[in-house]
Design a protein around this ligand. Structure first.
Ligand code: SAM
Length: 279
């Protein structure tokens, strides 16, 4: 683990659970939660296990455990994210159903073959990984046949759009993003890997998965730069508008859910969320 990675997640672990105070992130989280729930069977038995790969502070497990009776395994590399996860799991009275484990998704040799019923990986864990193919091969190995994976990665085309419109990035930087499919958002943020619907689906297929759908998350709403302010103190115009008017929020949410997986629309996504199945 690099010093940059550890330092970034030390700070991130302190504010990520409050990000949904901003309406842009509330909307994004609602799209993800709705998509996760639609693709996970709601009759999962109590003995089934859902892996949250790069599960961070455990916030998705806490949300899903309200609806699913199963067990969860949160697998993550960062000490600081896992410390916060332990507090969140305790506060939600989920200790008996959630195991926290530290490890690297590119080598999950401490998890048996075909021992996981379903996997999720939210907010672009894959974009932080140098060798995403090996992480996907590991996820394929640990899943049971017919198990699903719902995995997110940062969108290439939206990344280019934001660097052009919001940052007026230099010609050299734009060429580098286009050539390498990596992006640097700020000095303190690790370089992130970018994916299109086609490259993400290609990697999943190469690992053995059958693709179910790829959603853009979100496809119509674009965050303001203020929505990335770490202590969440600033408000973008779009966050203010979504917070002010519940009917607007709900209509945007409906449009996002209706069109996010259209093949001609998904690549608009700030992030991509692919749903795939192990045959
Ligand atoms: C942006 S955070 C998302 C956390 C959580 N999924 C969420 O949605 O709140 C990315 C997470 O991926 C984890 N991560 C990054 N690379 C990893 C790796 N190679 N193995 C395991 N976890 C990793 C980080 O420690 C961090 O918790």
């Amino acid at each position: 683990m690099t010093e940059e990675f550890a330092t970034f997640f030390r700070g991130y672990s302190q504010y990520v659970d409050q990000a949904d105070q901003l309406a842009f992130w509330q909307l994004s989280d609602r799209i993800i939660e709705e998509t996760l729930r639609r693709n996970l069977p709601n009759d999962l038995p109590a003995g089934a296990c859902v892996l949250d790969a790069g599960g961070g502070t455990g916030r998705w497990i806490v949300k899903l455990a309200k609806h699913l009776p199963c067990r969860f395994l949160l697998y993550d590399r960062s000490d600081d994210m896992l410390k916060k996860a332990a507090l969140n799991v305790e506060a939600a009275h989920l200790r008996s159903r959630v195991e926290l484990r530290q490890g690297n998704l590119t080598d999950m040799s401490d998890i048996e073959n075909q021992s996981i019923d379903h996997a999720i990986s939210i907010y672009n864990v894959l974009s932080f990984i140098d060798d995403p193919s090996s992480a996907l091969r590991e996820l394929f190995r640990v899943l049971k046949p017919a198990g699903t994976i719902q995995i997110m990665a940062q969108g290439l085309y939206n990344g280019l759009c934001s660097k052009i419109v919001n940052y007026q990035a230099s010609s050299d930087e734009l060429l580098s993003i286009d050539t390498n499919h990596t992006i640097k958002w700020a000095e303190h943020v690790p370089t992130l890997r970018l994916f299109s619907k086609e490259t993400l689906e290609g990697l999943l297929s190469s690992a053995g998965f059958s693709i179910v759908a790829t959603h853009g998350v979100p496809v119509f709403v674009q965050p303001g730069l203020e929505d990335f302010d770490p202590p969440n103190a600033q408000r973008s115009r779009i966050s203010e508008a979504l917070a002010r008017d519940a009917r607007f929020f709900n209509q945007v949410l409906r449009l996002e859910l209706e069109y996010s997986a259209l093949p001609t629309v998904a690549n608009r996504g700030m992030n991509l969320l692919s749903v795939a199945r192990k045959p």
